[in-house]
Write a protein that binds this ligand. Sequence first.
Ligand code: S3P
Length: 451
Amino acid sequence: MSDTAHDLAPNPLTAWRGKALAGEAPIPGDKSISHRALILGALAHGETRIEGLLEGEDILATARVMAQLGAKVERLGYGSWRVVGAGAGALLEPDGTLDFGNSGTGARLLMGVVAGHGIKATFDGDASLRKRPMGRVLKPLATMGAWVEGGAEKLPLTLHGALEPIPVTHRLAVPSAQVKSAMLLAGLTSRGVTTVIEPEATRDHTERMLAHFGARLDIETDREGARHISLKGGQKLKGAPVAVPADPSSAAFPLVAAVLVPGSRIEIPAMMTNPTRTGLVTTLIEMGAKITLRNERDAGGEPVADVLVEAGALTGVDVPADRAPSMIDEYPVLAVAASFASGVTRMRGLSELRVKESDRLAAVAAGLAANGVRFAIEGDDLIVEGMGARVPGGGTVETHMDHRIAMSFLVMGLAAEKPVTVDDGRMIMTSFPAFRGVMEHLGADIRDGAA
Ligand code: S3P
């Protein structure tokens, strides 16, 4: 099992209500794009220069794994990396276990990569990752010829790839960009066409980056609105420069904090605004938040904008289930925002939250309860009874090794009547190591230890 910082002693943190937040919030590179830049760089011929790579633990794990598989991966300076690959099909069987730490994305995308190579590799991760379901990706990869020793569906497991993956057409059973991406990555070395059908659109960074590296994909939307993504195997990827835009899933924390803390006004420069990722912004605007996108532009194949956020009152809304894929990682912080709204917010169709870094539905519910917020869970829906500006706070929240639970409830503490403690802030290192620094720079009061 992985031996990263989170296996050592816990580090409780407490957020206190304080002054208005103000200034610019520099947000690190997008986690999804950072993983893909390292992976596709290793599968491409020649050099890939990456600027703005997220240097969180999840991404550093992927960087180490790509080097174990034979790619040359070099850090040139802060956020600046160079990857030299030998082409899809040319990765080598690794010595030792591939350790993904806390990262489901790293593990699942690499299962696709290994499935497309005639090599075997052992996958492992931390206690949280060992609990997460891998069958959703291993089963479709098995139809392409990959197999797992003993049929395991949880880490640790040993996966044998296929020398020549069988081209398949696969309809996603769950709306998961990780499963889609794994299939496409395995399909790169197939002799035929791999097609993934997604009834609900999920984040499309793999498709965009494959195109950026010179691959041709055919993407069609059928009459039911499902996307059919087809990739012919054997195409040569060419290394290309990647500028990683700011991660909207990390920006979500200062963004919601600025909405909730009275008098706040912050700007988030160059936030990625890919529509498969902006469900939170759409929802907050529906709730009445003052969020303005300025200077919308393209940055290396992804749309970005400078985002101005001002504090203001929120009203509860009904969030439709089909918006879930575009804000799947943002529900914990949306639940915090909903606690401060007037009226009820119903978030529909949250079944996927149960299989994230923690059971996020249960962790959010427990966090709300600990801080005096009334809620109900009906089937897969979370219903939060907003309390206006008067959220009691004062609770201690169990984070269950989940970075987004930690950051979400620290945001709650910045606006609640009493401070909010999270039992452990170390996992924040996986996705947003500078979280506390960025929040303090805006004026937030976050302290070590319990209240
Ligand atoms: C990710 C996809 C999402 C998301 C995760 C990152 C990706 O997971 O929750 O944080 O980079 O492809 P699913 O594909 O399982 O929904």
